[in-house]
Design a protein around this ligand. Structure first.
Ligand code: SF4
Ligand code: SF4
Length: 94
């Protein structure tokens, strides 16, 4: 019987991101975030783009791997997300 080796490498280790100078993500209404319970954007994003610091949401857009969860994950539909401009963004092949 053939033995298969379990691949324990990081599945995103070959991923590269060419970040634009301008963010492709923004918050529509920051006042809504103040009232948002549990701030789900800080944990639904697999790349930890969002963080809650000094009473505000911070967006580290350069980490975005374009999974597409943003428009669905925010309960208030308060995130404006679009693909990065051409030639920028994530590349899943080396
Ligand atoms: S989930 Fe939406 S409303 Fe809540 S903190 Fe994040 S962006 Fe703001
Ligand atoms: S598209 Fe995915 S990786 Fe990018 S910010 Fe939204 S949840 Fe995070």
């Amino acid at each position: 019987m053939t033995k298969f080796k379990i691949d324990s490498s990081d599945p995103l280790s070959s991923t590269t991101i060419k970040a634009d100078s301008k963010s492709h993500i923004s918050i529509k209404n920051r006042a809504l975030c103040l009232k948002c319970e549990n701030k789900p954007c800080t944990y639904f994003c697999p790349s930890r783009v969002y963080s809650w610091e000094n009473n505000a949401i911070h967006i580290n857009y350069k980490r975005c791997i374009e999974c597409g969860a943003c428009p669905f994950g925010c309960p208030s539909e308060n995130i404006y997300w679009q693909f990065p401009r051409g030639e920028f963004g994530v590349c899943y092949k080396k």
